[in-house]
Design a protein around this ligand. Structure first.
Ligand SMILES: [Zn+2]
Length: 88
């Protein structure tokens, strides 16, 4: 997934005006159990750099096309890299 920096900014402002807070982005993958692609990692790192004051640690949610509980996965981009969310 590639993120359009201008569109991201525009959307963040739009949502703010509706009282919402942008916490990250979700997208779909044609995988049963989705993984971050190298492009996803690049895009989210770039997004973090571009939004260092408003959203330095964005969430990345990827929806796969399976039916098991692991077909929707989420990561948080932290300083040391991506941390995957887990169900406990
Ligand atoms: Zn992706």
């Amino acid at each position: 997934m590639e993120l359009d920096a201008n569109r991201c900014k525009q959307e963040a402002i739009e949502y703010q005006n509706q009282g919402l807070v942008l916490v990250g982005y979700w997208h779909t993958h044609a995988e049963l159990t989705p993984n971050l692609s190298s492009q996803d990692i690049k895009s989210f790192r770039e997004f973090s750099r571009n939004n260092i004051s408003s959203l330095p640690n964005p969430l990345a949610v990827i929806v796969g096309n399976g039916s098991n509980s692991d077909t929707i996965r989420a990561w948080s981009l932290q300083e040391n890299g991506f941390i995957q969310a887990s169900l406990k």
